[in-house]
Design a protein around this ligand. Structure first.
Ligand code: SF4
Ligand code: SF4
Ligand code: SF4
Length: 340
C-alpha cells in the first residue's frame, strides 16, 4: 500500500470507523450506519476498501483517534490504566501535544488523557512515537475500556482494598477485549465509590464490616459521630450495630480509640449493569464481600452472558433489561463457591 493510499485509509478510518461493526478476525467491515460527519469525511467515503487486513493498519491504535468536528483532525485517546501517571510521563505527553496537536491536553472523566488536533497525516508518526515512549492508545468502539480505579488503601485513609493493584490486574487481562458495545469497569477502594462503580457496566468497591467487642468499649461514642449511616446506636449503656444500615465502610473500625470495633469481614461488592450517558442506570449489587478471585469469576460470567446475549451497540444495562435480570442472574449467579 503506497503512502497516499495509506493516508486515505487512515482518513477513512478515523472518520468512519466507529459507525461499523467488526464481524470477523480479518476485520471485514459490515453494516454501515447512516453517516453523521462533515462534508470532508463524506468525500473520503470514496476511499473505502471495504476490507482491511490486520497487517495493513494498527487497528487497535486507529480506534483511539476520535474524529473531531473539524475535517481531517482527530482527538487521540491515550491509555492511562487506573489513572496513574509517573511524573516523568507528563513531559512526554506535553511534548506530543505540542508536536502533533496544538499544545492542549484534555483529562477525561475516566482518568484518560486526550490530545486534540491530530491531523490525519500525523497519525502514523504519533502512533510510532507513543509506542516508543512506552504509552499505548486507549480502547474505543465495542471493547472493554481502560479500567479506572481510585488510589485505594495505599494512600486514601478510607481505602479498604488496593484498588490500584486490582485495577491494574484487571486492565492487564481485560482492557481492549471485544464485546458487543463499550464496556466500562471501575474499582473503588471503599463504599464512598469515588470512581462510580455503580455507574459502570461492572464495578467493584471495597467493603469492611465491623464487629463490636463490648468488653473493650468505653462508650466514648466517637463511632456514633463518625458513622454517616446512623448504623451505630447507644442504648442501655452499650453500643449496638444495625446491620441493615451499615454500608461496611469500616470508618468506625479505624476511628475507635480502644479497638472495640474489630474487622468482622472484608471484601469486594460487585455491581453490574450501570451506565452514565443519556439514560443513566444505577448498577445492581450482585455480590458482597467477594474475594478478588471470585469477583473476577463473576466478571467472566457476566462477559460470557453479555457476549452471547448482547446485541451490537447495546450496553449491558440494556441487554439485562431486554433479557430480564432474573434470567441473566440464573447464569451469572450460579450456585457454588461464590459468596452470593
Ligand atoms: S473510593 Fe474510598 S478509597 Fe477510593 S478514593 Fe474514594 S474514599 Fe478513597
Ligand atoms: S468508638 Fe469504640 S470505644 Fe468509643 S463508643 Fe465506639 S466502640 Fe466504644
Ligand atoms: S462500617 Fe461504616 S456504615 Fe458501618 S457502622 Fe461503621 S461507620 Fe457505620
Amino acid at each position: 500500500m503506497g503512502e497516499s493510499s495509506h493516508i486515505s485509509v487512515l482518513n477513512y478510518f478515523v472518520t468512519d470507523f466507529r459507525d461499523f461493526f467488526i464481524t470477523s478476525n480479518d476485520l471485514t467491515l459490515t453494516k454501515a450506519l447512516p453517516h453523521r460527519y462533515n462534508g470532508a469525511s463524506i468525500a473520503m467515503k470514496n476511499d473505502k476498501t471495504g476490507k482491511l487486513k490486520n497487517e495493513d493498519l494498527p487497528l487497535d491504535d486507529l480506534e483511539s483517534f476520535i474524529p473531531q468536528r473539524q475535517a481531517g483532525f482527530s482527538i487521540l485517546r491515550m491509555k492511562i490504566p487506573v489513572g496513574k501517571l509517573e511524573s516523568n510521563q507528563l513531559p512526554v505527553l506535553a511534548k506530543l501535544a505540542e508536536k502533533y496537536g496544538r499544545g492542549e491536553l484534555h483529562l477525561t472523566t475516566r482518568q484518560g488523557v486526550e490530545i486534540p488536533w491530530i491531523s490525519s497525516e500525523n497519525i502514523p508518526k504519533i502512533i510510532k512515537e507513543i509506542r516508543k515512549a512506552g504509552f499505548t492508545t486507549g480502547a474505543s468502539g465495542p471493547h472493554i475500556r481502560v479500567i479506572t480505579a481510585c488510589p485505594g488503601n495505599i494512600v486514601c485513609r478510607h481505602g479498604i482494598i488496593n484498588a490500584q493493584e486490582f485495577g491494574r490486574n484487571l486492565d492487564a487481562i481485560y482492557a481492549g477485549a471485544p464485546v458487543p458495545h463499550k464496556f466500562k469497569i471501575a474499582v473503588a477502594g471503599c463504599p464512598n465509590a469515588c470512581t462510580k462503580p455503580r455507574e459502570n457496566d461492572i464495578g467493584f468497591a471495597g467493603m469492611a464490616e465491623p464487629l463490636i467487642v463490648p468488653e473493650k468499649c468505653i462508650t466514648c461514642k466517637k463511632c456514633i459521630r463518625i458513622c454517616k449511616e446512623g448504623a451505630i446506636i447507644f442504648s442501655e449503656n452499650k453500643i449496638t450495630l444495625d446491620p441493615d444500615r451499615c454500608e461496611a465502610c469500616g470508618d468506625c473500625i479505624t476511628s475507635c480509640p480502644k479497638q472495640a470495633l474489630s474487622l468482622n469481614r472484608s471484601g469486594i461488592a460487585v455491581y453490574i449493569g450501570g451506565k452514565m450517558g443519556r439514560h443513566p442506570v444505577i448498577g445492581t449489587k450482585i455480590a458482597e464481600f467477594a474475594t478478588e478471585k471470585s469477583a473476577i469469576e463473576l466478571l467472566d460470567r457476566v462477559l460470557v452472558f453479555y457476549r452471547r446475549e448482547g446485541r451490537p451497540r447495546e450496553r449491558l444495562a440494556d441487554t439485562l433489561r431486554r433479557v430480564g435480570k432474573r434470567e441473566a442472574m440464573k447464569e451469572i449467579r450460579k450456585p457454588g463457591k461464590l459468596p452470593l
